[in-house]
Design a protein around this ligand. Structure first.
Ligand SMILES: Cc1cc2nc3c(=O)[nH]c(=O)nc-3n(C[C@H](O)[C@H](O)[C@H](O)COP(=O)(O)OP(=O)(O)OC[C@H]3O[C@@H](n4cnc5c(N)ncnc54)[C@H](O)[C@@H]3O)c2cc1C
Length: 404
């Protein structure tokens, strides 16, 4: 089957976004969308079939576009923007490829943001300009083989020495590990401290003696994104490499995840937006029983539901991102929007594939890619079900101590 002629009709996300962001921000979204359409979309299939990671040349281009520096102040070499700019970039890139989108997305929301928020002046002047240019990348080292949702008490240990600390243990699922110049490692420093106050974050160069990295094999989602295991075999780190406070590491990690969750919600909506346009297009072209399948009301219902979900969730997300940029977003809201956008988008992707029929199984059609990638949005940056458990505590305060 030749699908080369199936382009996309004018995309719906543009019309929704126009009423939600100002002209300058809409132009940013538009510019990144055009970049993705020209520089990413035509190569995606080949990169995926050849099982390649995002090419270095694309990372360079994203750096030149300024995407890595979006929320970094201009005086530190960045674009002087905010989280809203990164979210718009995420929507534009994930429309074509969530695994391309997560590369700058994780680099900024999980890599740069904790440095911006918790780094001292010397750490900022050492790293920010290079991070803004995409020439340096920080990976986010929270998850471990034995510590996923239960991340407050890491098994990676930082033992105090006269010179600083020695790190031992292993992180896994680290996005961008292949390109990371440094890893922000969350490590246990005070086993007897109060829960949530036992760990410290360290900025560790990936080429430091004793640090080893391995790409995780067999991953079937985010195929172009690097996901690595990073092991620390008696790695020496200095006190200057502590990010934030000693025993304040968990706070660094959970605060960072608030922004990360907004970005994950954005890439879920980018996938939904692509699926909506692709389905609208296809059901008007594909004929069965003597006419376009889009004339069946059951098919129209799916298209309409997707459009409603996109509009509703997009306006909710943009509202919360603006609150994040003003400093007034709480953790629960960030978790809720991530949960809802990921669940709604993945459910609707299945419906979209169903109404398009067998063609939706083909990689070149694009929907199967987004359906698979949406799985990560349900589990990454806090599994939805673990986050729902946390939210339930505030909804059922009288029995919170009994909830599992
Ligand atoms: C592609 C990818 C990229 C990632 N990138 C990064 C990264 O850059 N840095 C990083 O540190 N981590 C990263 N992660 C890890 C991700 O954050 C974890 O997968 C996530 O926190 C869940 O941990 P887990 O997979 O170990 O699941 P587990 O903690 O083992 O949980 C498994 C399941 O058990 C259930 N569950 C667990 N706890 C509860 C609870 N309290 N209440 C109800 N149900 C519960 C949920 O259904 C959950 O999905 C990435 C993961 C993936 C898949």
């Amino acid at each position: 089957m030749n699908l080369a002629g199936i382009g996309l009709v004018l995309n719906r996300i543009e019309s929704h976004l126009k009423s939600l962001v100002d002209e300058e921000r809409f132009s940013l979204f538009d510019a990144i969308s055009r970049f993705a359409e020209e520089e990413v979309a035509p190569h995606l299939l080949q990169w995926e079939r050849e099982k390649r990671l995002v090419p270095d040349s694309l990372i360079e281009q994203l750096g030149e576009l300024g995407i890595f520096g979006l929320p970094i102040p201009e005086e530190d070499g960045g674009q002087g923007g905010q989280m809203i700019d990164l979210v718009l970039a995420g929507l534009a890139l994930s429309y074509w490829s969530p695994s391309v989108a997560i590369t700058p997305g994780a680099a900024v929301s999980l890599g740069i943001n904790p440095l911006l928020r918790f780094g001292n002046d010397s750490q900022k002047s050492e790293h920010l300009a290079e991070l803004a240019a995409g020439k340096r990348m920080f990976a986010f080292g929270l998850s471990e083989p034995g510590r996923g949702s239960d991340a407050a008490n890491p098994e990676v240990v930082a033992e105090k020495t006269d010179q600083g600390y020695v790190l031992r243990g292993e992180k896994c699922w680290s996005t961008n590990a292949a390109w990371a110049s440094h890893v922000v490692v969350h490590a246990l420093t005070d086993p007897t401290g109060r829960n949530g106050h036992r760990s410290t974050c360290f900025i560790v160069p990936r080429d430091r003696d004793g640090v080893s990295y391995q790409e995780m094999d067999g991953k079937t989602v985010w195929p172009l994104s690097s996901t690595g295991s990073i092991a620390f075999d008696s790695v020496e780190v200095s006190e200057d490499e502590i990010l934030g406070d000693v025993n304040g590491g968990f706070r660094v990690m959970v605060t960072t995840l608030n922004g990360g969750r907004l970005f994950v919600a954005a890439i879920a909506l980018g996938s939904l937006a692509f699926a909506l346009d692709k389905t609208r297009q296809y059901v008007q072209e594909r004929e069965q029983f003597g006419g376009a399948i889009g004339r069946f009301q059951r098919v129209q219902d799916v298209v309409l539901e997707m459009d409603l979900a996109l509009e509703r969730n997009l306006s909710w997300l943009i509202q919360l991102v603006n609150r994040y940029d003003e400093g007034s977003l709480d953790r629960e809201q960030a978790a809720k929007v991530k949960i809802d956008c990921s669940r709604v988008a993945s459910t609707l992707l299945q419906d979209a594939m169903e109404v398009c029929g067998g063609v939706a199984c083909l990689d070149e059609f694009g929907l199967a890619r987004h359906a698979a990638d949406l799985f990560v949005t349900r589990v990454g940056e806090g599994s939805n079900r673990a986050l729902m458990s946390q939210i339930s505590r505030s909804l059922l305060p009288d029995i919170a101590d009994q909830l599992q």
